[in-house]
Every structure is written in structure tokens, then in C-alpha cells.
Design a protein around this ligand. Structure first.
Ligand code: NAD
Length: 259
């Protein structure tokens, strides 16, 4: 149970972040819902129920100022006990077309934003002798997708950051872990697959089947995971049950990768 804990989940108005926020709130935590759009963040926070315990803080995490704003607002609620670095973007592009700007943009959005959030959160956690920092990496961080190498690079980088931060916080009561989801049926993915299906003139169900046959033949569940399935594992790592788990990278990828 997570009563008396405050959790920030970045990018939590949709998808995996929203499911993690919902699960942490169900476990009794106070939760900060974050997204770029204020109205949407407020709507999602209200929809989750738990009035008074789920707070909306709109902040654009693409820059240092947005991160500072998010943490300043959260600290007014309570000290931060749990940080889930979930926010991240993806965008398929052939290697030759990934520009210098794309590499830097992906590093900035997917890696630096999580580093900045962790830096904001770690001091207070260390002082209080308990904390959780969880990075949402991806199976794509170890099984680099040829269709988006820049995205894979950021997810590998997060594994290094997570492991290094776990060592930095060794013996403090603050655990730092990474979660590696496989293909998960979120708003972002549904929109992308829907657009592709339309372009190719085929049904979404057919697109899904093709994806597991051609792009991810290693999946042992042969389907997209539900965001809630990823959230279950995230909630466990954020709970006191996982006090002895730190510096770990846990896969929730349907057995996609041999290792
Ligand atoms: P999504 O696109 O469904 O949701 C993204 C969230 O980020 C939304 O809440 C959106 O409002 C927020 N956001 C977008 N730009 C923002 C900004 N500048 N500042 C703050 N918030 C912003 O995403 P998802 O599919 O749920 O993915 C969540 C995380 O999980 C990402 O890090 C992604 O790389 C990772 N992941 C996803 C999958 C998958 O198949 N869906 C697989 C592995 C890893």
C-alpha cells in the first residue's frame, strides 16, 4: 500500500503513464498527473476518481523550465516519494533520414527530460531515506528497431542512466529501476497504427497481425500488451515490496527478446 506517498508520473494523460498513475492512485498514493495540456490533465485527474488525491499539473517537459515548474507545483502538495519517468516520444524514420536535429531532439525529449526530473527528485528522497525512481525504457532499448534507431538509442541511454543513478543512490533507501515494455496498445500507438492501416487500405486488425509476423516475430504473446499490464509491474517496483530491487531492468515485453 502506498498511503502517505506522493508520486509524479510524467506524460500521464494517456497510455502507459495514465495506467501507472491510475494503479498508484488505486494503491492509495497521492498522484500528480502531467501532460502538456492543462484541460486534458485536469479531465484525466478527475476521471481517475480519488478526489483530493489525484492532482493535475500541466507542464511541457521538453525544456528545463517545464521540469522546474512541474516539481515546484508538486512540492507544494507534499515531498516527492516516487518518480516515474514515463514521458517519451517515438517516430519511425529510415536511418539515412534521421537528421542531426532528430538525434538531438530525441535525446532531449526522451533522455534529458528524465535526467532533469530525476535530479529534481533525488535529493529529497535521499534525505528522507526512501524513494523510487522508475525509468520507462523499452524493449527497443535492447532490441534496436531498424525503423527507428534514434528512438532505440534513447531507450538504451535510459538503461545506462538508470543503472548509474542506482549506483549513485546506493545504500540510501532510494531504488532506481528501468522497465522495458514491449509493444503496448496505447493512444499514441493506436493513432500511428490506425494511420498506417488507412494509408495501406487494410484493417487495423490485419496491421496488428502483420506487425507481429514481420516486425516482432519473437513475441511469445503475439499481441500488444494492455497499458494496465505494464502498470502492474510498475506499481510493484514502486511499492515497498520491491525494497531489495534496484539497478534492475525488468522486461514486460511478452518474451520478445532472448536474454
Ligand atoms: P502516449 O503517446 O500514448 O502518451 C504520451 C504522454 O506524454 C501523453 O500523456 C502526452 O500528453 C505526454 N506528452 C507528450 N509530449 C509531452 C511534453 N512535451 N511534455 C509533457 N508531456 C508530454 O505514449 P505511450 O505509448 O503510453 O508511451 C509512454 C512511454 O512508454 C514512452 O516513454 C514510450 O517510449 C514507452 N514505451 C511505449 C511502448 C508502446 O508500445 N506504447 C513500448 C515501450 C515503451
Amino acid at each position: 500500500k502506498l498511503e502517505d506517498k506522493l508520486a509524479i508520473v510524467t506524460g500521464s494523460t494517456d497510455g502507459i503513464g495514465k495506467a501507472i498513475a491510475a494503479r498508484l492512485a488505486a494503491e492509495g498514493a497521492q498522484v500528480v498527473i502531467n501532460g502538456r495540456n492543462r484541460e486534458k490533465a485536469e479531465r484525466v485527474a478527475a476521471d481517475l476518481g480519488h478526489p483530493g488525491r489525484v492532482h493535475a499539473v500541466a507542464a511541457d517537459l521538453s525544456g528545463a523550465e517545464g521540469v522546474r515548474g512541474l516539481f515546484a507545483a508538486a512540492r507544494k502538495i507534499a515531498p516527492i516519494d516516487i518518480l516515474v519517468n514515463n514521458f517519451g516520444i517515438f517516430e519511425p524514420k529510415p536511418f539515412e533520414l534521421i537528421s542531426d536535429e532528430d538525434w538531438l531532439r530525441f535525446f532531449n525529449l526522451n533522455v534529458l527530460s528524465a535526467v532533469r526530473c530525476s535530479r529534481e527528485a533525488m535529493g529529497g528522497m535521499r534525505e528522507r531515506g526512501w524513494g523510487r525512481i522508475l525509468f520507462i525504457s523499452s524493449e527497443s532499448g535492447i532490441n534496436i528497431p531498424v525503423e527507428m534507431v534514434h528512438y532505440g538509442m534513447t531507450k538504451t541511454a535510459l538503461l545506462a542512466v538508470s543503472r548509474g543513478l542506482a549506483k549513485t543512490l546506493a545504500g540510501t533507501g532510494v531504488t532506481v529501476n528501468a522497465l522495458l515494455p514491449g509493444p503496448t496498445w496505447t493512444e499514441g500507438v493506436a493513432e500511428f497504427v490506425g494511420r498506417l492501416a488507412q494509408e495501406r487500405g487494410i484493417a487495423v486488425e490485419q496491421m496488428k497481425e502483420d506487425f507481429f509476423r514481420s516486425a516482432r516475430p519473437g513475441s511469445l504473446i503475439r499481441r500488444f500488451a494492455a497499458p494496465e499490464e505494464v502498470a502492474n509491474h510498475a506499481a510493484y517496483l514502486c511499492s515497498p515490496l520491491a525494497d531489495a530491487t534496484t539497478g534492475a531492468a525488468h522486461r514486460v515485453d511478452g518474451g520478445l527478446v532472448d536474454s
